[in-house]
Design a protein around this ligand. Structure first.
Ligand code: NAD
Length: 251
């Protein structure tokens, strides 16, 4: 069965599971911000000057050409600065108000969950609005758009880098430990807008599933996770999530 009735029925089933749960984990990826106009890595608009993100978001690329990497980040920062949280981000804030214990784990670096008002957010991959000085080991907020200096420097004179976990780097220990705890404890994990290709984030739903937690996936396309998913809600986050949260609110 396909079509609107089918998705409505699935949303009701997903809402029942969320309503019955005390502990819920939400895992989001770039797709949750696509409806705010922020390009995903693997969808249309993901390429910049014919460079693949995988070839720019690496320590090697930064070592080789910090100017190029910072120009790309400056472009992304400008896109994100003009973006607003969408109805999907807002629905997740409302879900946090309903569920007794909800942890939102995001792979996104755009800060849009926090801007929407989500409180309990674990940022696995850092934040585009922070810079890190490798020489001093310090992290500072930097929201200047566009940047006045590319590449930017620290007050100590050293080159700074985005405070982002690049391909080939490890997720900070405290963030992944907290995410694993939330995934293991969750009775339901809601996975939104991730292709589930980037580890260790992609392994988190397995932790929930191994402990008999249910996986609900919101994504217009099937993903690597779809086989593990108990309930696939095919659609855009900004459309499906508000319907889902409205259904959770209905007794
Ligand atoms: P990805 O680009 O690999 O995959 C995006 C997924 O979102 C796809 O499965 C796609 O089908 C789905 N999608 C597209 N439009 C959607 C919509 N409207 N609603 C719901 N889903 C939609 O992204 P990823 O899995 O997050 O992995 C890429 C990495 O890139 C992450 O580590 C992340 O840090 C980084 N990234 C972050 C941002 C951001 O912060 N906004 C943007 C691009 C990439």
């Amino acid at each position: 069965m396909t079509g609107p009735d089918h998705i409505a029925e699935r949303i009701e089933t997903a809402a029942d599971a969320l309503r019955a749960a005390t502990r819920v984990a939400v895992l989001t990826g770039a797709g949750v911000s696509a409806d705010s106009g922020v390009p995903t890595f693997r969808g249309p608009g993901g390429l910049w000057h014919n460079f693949r993100p995988e070839d720019l978001a690496t320590p090697e690329a930064f070592e080789r050409d910090p100017q190029l990497v910072w120009e790309w980040y400056d472009w992304r920062r400008q896109k994100i600065a003009s973006a607003e949280p969408n109805a999907g981000h807002i629905a997740l804030v409302e879900l946090e108000e309903i569920v007794p214990d909800l942890t939102l784990i995001t792979q996104n670096v755009d800060g849009l969950h926090e801007a929407a008002g989500s409180k309990h957010v674990i940022e696995l991959h850092g934040c585009i609005w922070r810079v890190r000085c490798p020489a001093e080991g310090t992290v500072a907020e930097n929201r200047q758009v566009p940047l006045s200096e590319i590449p930017p420097h620290c007050r100590c004179g050293s080159l700074v880098r985005p405070d982002i976990v690049w391909f080939g780097e490890s997720v900070p220990g405290d963030a992944i430990a907290a995410a694993c705890c939330a995934a293991e404890a969750a009775e339901v994990m809601l996975v939104v807008g991730t292709s589930a290709l980037v580890y260790p984030a992609a392994a988190l739903p397995l932790l929930t599933s191994q402990r008999d937690g249910a996986i609900i996936e919101v994504n217009p396309e099937p993903t690597m996770l779809s086989e593990l998913t108990h309930l696939g809600l095919r659609g855009k986050g900004a459309e499906v999530l508000p319907q889902l949260v409205a259904a959770v609110r209905r007794e």
